[in-house]
Design a protein around this ligand. Structure first.
Ligand code: M6R
Length: 406
């Protein structure tokens, strides 16, 4: 690891390390898994596509490893399980896609664990007052474990004597070294700049953690905890099946129809709001389309004025019947203004299906894991739109995989 403020001439068989005054610094050498060095696309046109198709396997791997951890989980997180019982709040700190995973997980922790939950953007975190409450757990989320904004937020928390745990995909990352504890997503190396499998694995990991906390807090029996863990595995299976079931419709029908638009609106409710934000981010970064996500309930407070024939709406339905009715009402408002809607909806949501222009239909699973089920298809749609628009998908213009500058 290169400490800050050092430089290193690299030779064929050794490295020398110096500080800026020219003094020799003793390097800390750690061997890493060689799989990170030999990555292939395995016949896929892009790494992003390969990574979309790896999601079932990496979610399964992660959940199986968590299941086998037992009490080692608490040592790794650096938390006494007794503390979980009294914890009042969990605050996620992250950027971009990882922040969206945190915003989705807010619903898991609020509804399953009866805890307040919030997500803070790491880039803004240090510029607001920090209220140091003892019954709060900070969780930084970062695929790379190196994002400068998130790392600085962790350092800020440490300066203020706050405990922080990191959820990351890279065991050897700076964030793991600087946090009080960690949980790994076992998504494997993610090469495409646009995050796909790291995102769904973060969501699955956070859902699993919420169930684990709920069990620890006496809100879930052991039998129900077992069923809940199986449900995450089933959701990952459903993600893969949904990809197979919809890929022809996406490639042959939907993507050619929607690739021409230069702007798009994304709508959701409840956990579907951050999911819509994530979908909009995917479209922006890889297809260079101006995409804006709104909570569907906000539509009539302004964004409804944007509805026209040139601005399609990607609407993400919700398995909860109340949320579904609200989303149906939003769809009716859009159709009354002759807007065009492509809806992600669930089996049995027939009224919405009949109303919209195009639809992708998903099996009705549990409320919390349904986001995982929709993820692969959402990413494949955005990927296919970008591909038809001739964009350079794995390395979008102006972006880097790991954002190590603030
Ligand atoms: O490595 P991190 O998860 O900390 O990265 C945070 C963001 O830079 C990252 O999620 C970014 O938004 C993705 N490229 C989006 O696909």
């Amino acid at each position: 690891f290169m400490p800050d403020q050092t430089f290193a001439p690299v030779f064929k068989d050794h490295v020398e390390l110096f500080d800026f005054a020219g003094a020799v610094v003793e390097p800390v050498i750690k061997e890493i898994d060689a799989q990170w060095l030999a990555l292939e696309k395995d016949g896929h046109e892009h790494f992003m596509l390969k990574e979309i198709y790896e999601q079932r396997a990496v979610i399964h791997k992660s959940i199986r490893l968590y299941r086998s951890m037992g009490t080692a989980l608490w040592q790794q997180l650096g938390i006494d399980p007794e503390e979980i019982k009294t914890l009042k709040k969990i605050i996620f700190v992250a950027c971009g896609t990882s922040a969206h995973a945190g915003s989705i997980a807010e619903f898991f922790f609020e509804e399953l664990c009866g805890m307040r939950a919030e997500t803070k953007l790491a880039s803004e975190f240090r510029y607001r007052p920090l209220f140091s409450d003892s019954d709060v757990l900070y969780v930084a989320i970062s695929q790379s474990g190196e994002t400068a904004d998130t790392l600085e937020a962790i350092r800020f928390l440490k300066e203020h004597n706050q405990r922080v745990v990191v959820l990351t995909n890279v065991a050897s990352s700076t964030m793991v070294r600087e946090s009080d504890g960690f949980l790994l997503t076992h998504a494997g190396p993610e090469v495409a700049v646009a995050s796909t499998k790291a995102f769904s694995t973060q969501v699955a990991a956070l859902l699993w953690l919420a169930y684990r906390f709920a069990f620890e807090r006496g809100l879930l029996s052991y039998a129900d905890f077992e069923i809940a863990q199986d449900d995450i595995l089933v959701a990952a299976e459903m993600l893969e099946t949904a990809l197979e079931d919809t890929k022809h419709t996406i490639i042959e029908e939907l993507a050619p129809k929607y690739a021409q638009y230069e702007k798009a609106i994304f709508l959701g409710r409840h956990s579907g709001i951050p999911f819509a934000q994530e979908a909009a981010l995917k479209l922006k970064e890889i297809a260079y389309v101006f995409a804006q996500a709104f909570p569907a309930g906000e539509l009539k407070h302004g964004p409804l004025a944007l509805i026209d024939q040139q601005t399609p709406v990607f609407l993400f339905s919700h398995p909860d019947p109340v949320m579904y009715q609200k989303l149906l009402a939003s769809a009716q408002e859009i159709k009354a203004r002759k807007g065009k809607i492509l809806a992600f909806l669930f089996e049995g949501q027939d009224e919405l299906s009949a109303l919209v222009d195009d639809r992708l239909v998903f099996p009705l699973g549990s409320v919390h894991s349904s986001i995982i089920v929709m993820t692969g298809v959402m990413q494949l749609l955005m990927y296919t739109l970008a591909r038809l628009r001739g964009c350079e998908i794995d390395k979008p213009r102006n972006l880097a995989k790991s954002v190590t500058v603030e």
